[in-house]
Design a protein around this ligand. Sequence first.
Ligand code: NDP
Length: 317
Amino acid sequence: MTVANLEKGMLLIKPAAEPVGAWAAQFARLMPGLQIVVWDEVRDRASVDYALVANPPFGWLANFPALKLIVSLPAGLDHLLNDPEFPRHIPLARCLPPAGDPMMTEYALLHVLRHHRQLQAYAEFQARHEWHKLPQPPASERRVGIMGAGIVGRAAARAIQTFGFEVATWSRRPKELQRIASFAGEAELSIFLARTDILLCLLPMTVQTKGILNVATMSHLPAGASIINLSRGALLVESDLLKLLNTGHLSGATLDVTEVEPLPESSPLWKHPRITITPHIGSVVRAANAAPVVAENIRRLERGEDLINLVDVASGY
Ligand code: NDP
């Protein structure tokens, strides 16, 4: 097959934040021979070679007989893999830049710094018109623990480490990261939590991680610790978080994701003075960053080479 042939084919797009036009403009530059079809305008399903999708309806991807590659726009795969008819035999990849997601890194850093400098406590003082100063340890005396050492977790760990925090990660398999301690597997979870003052959750949502932040695990954190969940809401048992905040064991939490999204108006999480809620805006997938990764994977697939960000469907991430 010539290189020119590698540039052909039909890519189906079901976009998220940016309109299809933004993606089409990127692919026109990167792979001029590639045809783009919008998900709700596809006429001949048998002509679609590749699909780049955000949250398609269940069952929908099962009906493209010539599909060779599925690329998920969201970094989290829970929606796709919860689809009982998801075609698990087709390679599934993600489109994050392999060096990390800069928006997630900045969001992780922002909230680590907020918890480190106790801004939630100062917001409460301000609401009561109180001028209090709290003891403030330096970053070198604050231990940050990151659950998940994948593309997002590793980049966040490196950025946070440059501010002088003592950083550790927890993952399934041990990691070797410069000046960052690595803990792995269930056996080391409680040790990792016991050395963590600010816990940042960047795990994927899988059968194993669902509800992993519960009263038993969070009780291993030292008194006064805080929690930042930027991964998926179902990893955290929200009623257990409230219990531990109300007993004072935890000092605060940031939740960019919640069990039910949008968070119901009646949820007690909204009103809790020690909880900061944001509506799942940690990162926005941009065509300019993601299209080159997708184009590279299409080329690799057609050349029979290993794909970037290939998902292990059996593990769920
Ligand atoms: P990756 O798939 O690259 O990494 C996942 C990490 O989690 C790996 O280090 C893996 O361990 C670890 N892990 C998985 N299962 C377990 C387990 N059972 N026990 C211990 N560790 C485990 O994911 P990303 O870093 O790209 O993203 C992480 C998550 O962040 C996404 O799944 C998504 O839900 C969320 N996210 C949220 C966004 C937002 O806007 N709020 C935006 C982007 C991502 P190992 O390395 O050993 O395999």
